[in-house]
Design a protein. Structure first.
Length: 634
C-alpha cells in the first residue's frame, strides 16, 4: 500500500522540541471515513502514509521526547523496549490503531501521566498497569476489553478513566476504593451487577457512588493492594452468598425478607431485617456489623496503653505511628489485662449480646442485670476469668444494692437520688452539679454499641432498648442521652442512607443523631452542653484529658464523632484518640466502633486484628456468627 519506509523517518533534534508527532494527518472528511475504525481497516481504506510499527529510528537509540503521538496509524503492537528508548514520556497517544494488547514493560514508563488508547482492538491490559505511580488519565474507550485488572483502583494518581464502549461485564471493586478517582466513564458496556449497566449509563457520579458503597474504605487503606481481612464466618441460617455473582446473595436475601409465610425461617432468623431496611448489600451489611464489633474491641484493647496518662506521658511511652499491643507498658493499672485483651467495655457489650442471643433478639434489662451481677463475681469462665473488673464507680455501687437483680432500674434511681439528696444537703446550687460527674460516667456506653444492631431499621425500638439497658445501672439523663446517641449513630450507619464519605451527608446524619438524643435531657444546661460536644471537630476541643471529667459520658461520643468527621483511615484516627490519654479504653472503644462500622471488618488494620488474644477472638467469633445467623446474613 505504499507505506512510508520506517527507516526514512528521522527524529526531531532533541533541542528542537519535546513532542514527537507521528500521527497520520486527518481532515474532517478523512475523519468521517475512519469513524468506524474496524470497518476502515477491514476494507483496507487506510491512508498510504500510515505507519505499521514504531519506526526503527526510535527503537535503536534513546530519545528524550516527553510526548509521543501515534494517532491514525495501523500499529498492531508496541515494542517492549519502548520504555528504554523513550524513558521520559509523560504523554502517549495511541488513538485509532490496531493494538490488541499493551506490553507488560509499559509500567517502566515511570514518568507517564496520560495514556490514550481509544479506538483500538485491545482485548486485555497488562497486570502491571497499577504500578504506574504518575499515570492519572487513561482512555481505553472503544476497544474489545472483557475485563479490567482487579487492582486498577490501587493506582496512586489515577484521576480520570474512560472505559466506555467495550465488552466489560463488571468494573473492579478497587475503583471504589480509590481516593483519587474523580471521573469514570463506562457507557456502552455489558455490566451486570458491579455496577449494573443502567448505573454506568448515568455517568461518573452514579458509578463512583455505587462502587464506594460496596467498599467504603478510608484514605490510607485506599493505596494498599494487600488482601483484606476475612471474617471466619461459620454459617447457620442465612442467605447464601456467591463471590462470583453478588446479585445472587441479594436475591436470596430479599426472598427471605419477603417470604412472610415461611414460619420456620422466621423462627430461625428473628432479627431478619424487613425488605428495604437498608441500602447496603447483605455482604456489606455483614461486613459493617463485624467491623463494628471488632473495631470496638480493638480500640478498647489498645486504649489500655494510655489510659489515665497525660498527653505528654503518652508521647513519652509511645509513638503515634506504631501503637501496638505488644508495646503496652506494665504498671499497677495495666496489669489488670493481658496484652491484646479488651476491658470491661467489651465485656459489657458481650453481656448484652449473650442476652440478645438467649432471648432470640429480645432486649431484657432483668436478664442483663442478672448476667452483669454474675460477671462481676466471676467474669467469663470460658475465658478463664476469675472476676469482672470495672472502673465504673456507678456500676460497682449499683451492684451492691440488695434489690439490684430484681429491679435494676429502681436500684439505679435510688443510687442517683441518694446522691442528689447528699448534694442538696451540702448546699449544692443544682440537683447534681455538672462538675461532680460521679454518676454521669461512661460506664454504660459500650452496651449502646451492640444495641444499635438488632432493630437498626426501627430507630424508635433502638432508642427504647438503649434507654432500658443504660438505666440498668445509670439513671443520670446525660448517660441515657449519650447511650441513645451511640445506638442511633450505629443504626443510621447500618441503614446505609447516608454517604459517610461525603461531608454534607455525614453532617445530616450527625444532626439526626443529636436531635434524637437531646430530647432525653430535661435541663437546658445539659442540652447546651450536649450541643457543644456535637459541634466538636477536633480532639483538642473535646478535651479528653480534662481534669475531673475524663470519664464523662459525652467525651467518648464526641471523640467518635470527631473521628468520623476527620475522614481519616481507621488506624490513624484511633491512634490519635488513644494518644490523648484520659479514659482511653472507652474513647478508643466508641471511636473504633464508629469507624469499624464505616469501613467494615475487611479494612481494619490486619496487625491490630491478628494481635488480639486468640482465645478471646475464637470466643468472639462464635458470638458474632450466632448474631449474623439470627439476622439471616450471609
Amino acid at each position: 500500500m505504499g507505506n512510508t519506509e520506517v527507516h526514512d523517518v528521522k527524529p526531531c533534534p532533541e533541542d528542537f522540541k519535546r513532542e514527537l508527532d507521528l500521527s497520520c494527518k486527518m481532515n474532517y472528511r478523512s475523519y468521517c471515513k475512519v469513524s468506524d475504525i474496524k470497518l476502515w481497516y477491514m476494507n483496507g481504506e487506510y491512508p498510504d502514509q500510515c505507519l505499521l510499527e514504531l519506526p526503527w529510528t526510535y527503537r535503536d537509540s534513546v530519545s528524550l521526547y516527553e510526548r509521543l503521538i501515534l494517532c491514525f496509524n495501523k500499529i498492531s503492537s508496541l515494542p517492549p523496549e519502548l520504555p528504554f528508548r523513550l524513558p521520559h514520556l509523560s504523554y502517549l497517544d495511541l488513538s485509532h490503531n490496531q493494538l490488541t494488547c499493551l506490553p507488560e514493560s509499559i509500567c517502566l514508563l515511570f514518568h507517564l501521566e496520560q495514556l490514550l488508547v481509544p479506538y483500538n482492538a485491545l482485548m486485555s491490559l497488562p497486570s502491571s498497569l497499577h504500578k504506574m505511580d504518575k499515570l492519572y488519565k487513561i482512555d481505553l474507550s472503544n476497544n474489545s476489553l472483557n475485563s479490567l485488572p482487579e487492582n486498577l483502583g490501587y493506582m496512586k494518581a489515577l484521576t480520570k478513566l474512560n472505559v466506555s464502549h467495550n465488552n466489560l461485564q463488571n468494573l473492579p471493586l478497587s475503583l471504589g476504593a480509590s481516593n483519587t478517582l474523580d471521573v469514570i466513564l463506562a457507557r456502552g458496556n455489558k455490566c451486570k451487577s458491579q455496577p449494573p449497566q443502567v448505573i454506568c449509563e448515568e455517568g461518573s457520579n452514579s458509578i463512583l457512588s455505587f462502587l464506594r458503597k460496596l467498599v467504603l474504605p478510608t484514605a490510607k487503606v485506599l493505596l494498599s493492594d494487600e488482601s483484606t481481612n476475612v471474617f471466619d464466618r461459620v454459617r447457620g441460617n442465612q442467605a447464601f452468598s456467591s463471590v462470583l455473582n453478588p446479585g445472587s446473595a441479594r436475591a436470596q436475601y430479599i426472598k427471605m425478607q419477603t417470604e412472610t409465610m415461611n414460619t420456620a425461617s422466621r423462627i430461625r432468623t428473628p432479627l431478619l431485617p424487613p425488605y428495604n431496611a437498608t441500602l447496603l448489600e447483605p455482604d456489606e451489611l455483614r461486613d459493617r456489623i463485624v467491623g463494628l464489633i471488632y473495631g470496638a474491641v480493638i480500640g478498647d484493647a489498645l486504649g489500655i496503653a494510655t489510659e489515665w496518662l497525660a498527653p505528654d506521658e503518652c508521647e513519652f511511652y509511645y509513638n503515634l505511628e506504631d501503637l501496638d499491643y505488644s508495646k503496652i507498658i506494665q504498671d499497677d493499672h495495666r496489669v489488670h489485662w493481658k496484652r491484646g485483651d479488651w476491658t470491661s467495655n467489651g465485656d459489657q457489650m458481650f453481656l448484652v449480646l449473650e442476652s440478645l442471643l438467649q432471648w432470640a433478639g429480645v432486649i431484657d434489662e432483668l436478664d442483663f442485670a442478672s448476667r452483669l451481677a454474675a460477671w462481676k463475681k466471676q467474669g467469663f469462665l470460658e475465658l478463664n476469668d476469675t472476676e469482672g473488673y470495672t472502673q465504673s464507680h456507678t456500676i460497682n455501687l449499683a451492684l451492691q444494692k440488695e434489690n439490684y437483680v430484681r429491679n435494676p432500674h429502681q436500684a439505679a434511681i435510688e443510687l442517683l437520688q441518694n446522691n442528689l439528696c447528699f448534694n442538696s444537703y451540702n448546699g449544692s446550687s443544682s440537683p447534681i452539679s455538672v462538675d461532680s460527674n460521679t454518676f454521669s460516667d461512661s460506664g454504660a456506653l459500650s452496651r449502646a454499641v451492640i444495641l444499635g444492631i438488632p432493630r437498626f431499621h426501627d430507630l424508635q425500638e433502638a432508642v427504647s432498648n438503649s434507654v432500658r439497658i443504660c438505666q440498668a445501672t445509670h439513671a443520670d439523663l446525660r448517660c441515657i442521652a449519650a447511650s441513645v446517641a451511640v445506638s442511633v449513630c450505629v443504626s443510621l450507619m447500618l441503614q446505609g442512607q447516608y454517604d459517610l464519605m461525603k461531608t454534607s451527608s455525614l453532617e445530616e446524619m450527625i444532626a439526626k443523631v443529636r436531635d434524637t438524643s437531646i430530647i432525653h435531657l430535661n435541663s437546658s444546661e445539659h442540652r447546651d452542653e450536649l450541643r457543644k460536644y456535637f459541634s466538636c471537630f477536633t480532639l483538642k476541643s473535646v478535651q479528653l484529658n480534662e481534669s475531673g471529667k475524663q470519664n464523662y459520658a459525652f467525651k467518648p461520643l464526641a471523640a467518635g464523632l470527631v473521628s468520623l468527621r476527620s475522614h481519616q483511615d481507621f488506624k490513624s484516627a484511633v491512634s490519635q484518640v488513644i494518644m490523648e490519654g484520659g479514659h482511653a479504653s472507652i474513647n478508643g472503644f466508641i471511636t473504633g466502633a464508629f469507624l469499624g462500622c464505616k469501613v467494615g471488618f475487611s479494612y481494619l488494620p490486619r496487625d491490630w486484628v491478628t494481635g488480639l488474644k486468640h482465645k478471646q477472638v475464637a470466643w468472639l467469633n462464635e458470638k458474632v456468627n450466632a448474631l449474623l445467623d439470627i439476622m439471616g446474613l450471609p
